[in-house]
Design a protein around this ligand. Structure first.
Ligand code: SF4
Length: 205
């Protein structure tokens, strides 16, 4: 299926909130989250299945989204999904830049890259591998691990990535079993770091 980015002066927003980045390289950083609805990947373990459809999303003008970010006095903006690369995000990143906001993209890399980003977190998924450009442009790689086979999947990206910010993140539903295995793996393979979803542990959005 070929998903071309669509014109996106308006975006289907599933939710938006001001919180802390809970995972990956920028953990602990304050961030305004924009969760864009729609995903063409369809991971079985997805904990955001409500975001797969745009049926429950509100179509919002990007100027209105940015106005709300400024009202919250946020500086950092994390754009996530769903799979946000379904849309042409250049109008959004232009508007963020014009307002001196720092932009972060969370993506599986399954579709074309649009927009000018200050930071890209690539979280590749087996169902749709990333497009080549993300291996060059990503600032961090974050691979969700739910079983030992996933280490092989994670390793398959190491030589392709320009970044050396490499994270393994336990799949939340299997964290009790898989986290100790990941810790053991990282001790033997120290180029990796552990990413845990602290926002879920401390129960914030
Ligand atoms: S790419 Fe992300 S939002 Fe889409 S199914 Fe996979 S985990 Fe869920």
């Amino acid at each position: 299926m070929n998903h071309q980015p669509t014109k996106a002066d308006r975006l289907p927003i599933r939710e938006e909130f001001y919180s802390l980045q809970g995972e990956g390289y920028n953990v602990g950083m304050s961030a305004y989250f924009i969760r864009i609805a729609g995903c063409n990947v369809g991971c079985e373990f997805c904990d955001e299945k409500q975001s797969w459809t745009i049926n429950n999303a509100k179509q919002k003008n990007i100027e209105d989204i940015v106005f709300k970010i400024k009202q919250n006095k946020a500086i950092n903006v994390v754009v996530t999904g769903g799979e946000p690369t379904l849309y042409n995000l250049k109008p959004l990143t232009d508007c963020l830049k014009a307002n001196n906001l720092v932009s972060f993209l969370e993506t599986s890399g399954a579709n074309d890259l649009t927009g000018d980003w200050d930071w890209i977190c690539l979280s590749p998924k087996k169902k749709m591998l990333p497009k080549q450009i993300f291996y060059d442009k990503a600032d961090e790689l974050k691979v969700v691990i739910e079983n030992e086979e996933d280490f092989v999947f994670a390793e398959s990206f190491v030589d392709k990535m320009k970044t050396k910010n490499l994270y393994l993140q336990p799949q939340w539903g299997k964290k009790e079993i898989i986290t100790p295995i990941i810790i053991d793996y990282i001790k033997k393979n120290p180029m990796w770091k552990l990413s845990i979803q602290i926002h879920k542990y401390i129960e914030i959005a």
